[in-house]
Design a protein around this ligand. Structure first.
Ligand SMILES: [Zn+2]
Length: 135
């Protein structure tokens, strides 16, 4: 399977944002992840009347990917209907660190402008599996 371009990944994230379930904030976010074997999974944010039960678009896409037993992710694109770049929250950055290498790429899009970061830039000194002592 050919590798998908960053532009295609962004386009899929934008499409996913249209599906957001956001009756409270009306803030539509979409995400598209590219697995190590070049499959794409998209996700949107899903709100809940009990706000703590809300799930971000990034985690929705990652969990769909992982639930398909694809546990290594190369890239993730994030798009929203905001006038600003939409940065991944701390919880999503931590979830990314479980399934992405430190040089995994995070792509942010806003009105045609693109920013790219390595995970290590957005979550330096992260806590990971190597920090858990096992006997
Ligand atoms: Zn998040």
């Amino acid at each position: 399977m050919d590798e998908i371009s960053d532009e295609q990944l962004i386009s899929m994230a934008k499409e996913a944002a249209k599906k957001a379930y956001v009756p409270y904030s009306h803030f539509h976010v979409g995400s598209a992840v590219l697995s190590e074997d070049n499959y794409v999974y998209t996700g949107c944010n899903i709100e809940n009347s009990s706000y703590g039960a809300t799930n971000c678009a990034e985690r929705t896409a990652i969990f769909k990917c992982v639930s398909d037993q694809k546990t290594r992710i190369k890239k993730i694109a994030i798009a929203s209907d905001s006038n600003e770049f939409t940065w991944p929250c701390g919880i999503c950055r931590q979830v990314m660190s479980e399934f992405m290498n430190s040089d995994g790429i995070i792509i942010l899009e806003n009105h045609g402008l693109i920013k790219k970061f390595k995970l290590d830039e957005l979550l330096p000194h992260s806590f990971g599996a190597c920090d858990i002592k096992t006997e």
